[in-house]
Design a binder for this molecule. Sequence first.
Ligand code: MRU
Length: 347
Amino acid sequence: MQHSYDTIRAVRWEDDHLVLLDQRRLPGEEVDLHCHTATDAAGAIRDMVVRGAPAIGITAAYAVVLSVRTWLNAGEDWRGPLIKDIQQLRQARPTAVNLFWALDRMQATLSDTDDSPDGVALAEAQRIHHEDILANHQMGDQGAAFIQPGSGVLTHCNTGSLATGGYGTALGVIRSAYAEKKLTRIYADETRPWLQGARLTAWELLRDGIPVDLIVEGAAAALMCTGQVDWVIVGADRVAANGDVANKIGTYALAVLARQHGVRFMVVAPSSTVDLNVASGEDIPIEIRSKEEVLRCSAQTVAAEGAGAWNPVFDVTPADLIDVLVTERGAVESPDRDVVLAMMQSD
Ligand code: MRU
């Protein structure tokens, strides 16, 4: 199927380096950040220039290309320094498994390459990037098939072109369902503290001509009570083997509210986000970020002086609150260990 509403690319390889749209500065400014080394790219992941699980993985893949080029140009044996760069990239953020998946894949590709390792690495990174966009288009179509015409949806965080190679996971389903004229209302949580919903989801939907209404997280239950929302559609940073899902803090609350109000709950993630090495959500490492992110809003201090803060940036939604899990390998209802394993073993 031809996909419309798909104009934004936040991660690009240009000539000899990686270019990232600096997401910290949206929607006010559209500024690119140019990464010439793996250290530049690791810093960009850590500091949220680029964020969203698949986009983090793609950035890490290109970072490996930068590393190989750097050490080849320096006339060194590139393999030793590459391992150090990969270790540094692994430390950038802990929860999105796409980071580790992409680094493992790049490392495996380079393991028996001696000729033109920079070219081999670039081809593999571009393959990872291209496959992600393709997976998003496939998931968009599969997820949209569940949605009835005249539906309202609520989404959380940013799962769109900015968070992926392009098109998006949950936002890809919303793009596809909107293109099929099935959606009457699209709501997005503002998503404190980084405001990915208000700053990024609203920006990219409007840029592609899709209308969106923002709510504060606290309005979700009231919104569901009005009957205007038929689906909550979210992405994932890691899906455990039993179908538990780690995603942006607040996702679990939405899943509980959705079940209470008879609203269906869909998780959309490529198979690169599924981690069969993690048995359940309990074993997923949850990133805790600085308390300053809670105590301030942008540069402005909003909390009473002396207040502390707890800032976990992901939570875990148990599989039994998930109605539909969509990957590019297929869409499954009521995911559990057997269903997730069967899906991952299919082509
Ligand atoms: O902290 P972030 O902005 O990287 O968190 C992103 C999310 O939680 C997304 O929902 C998730 O990565 C899925 S993106 C396709």
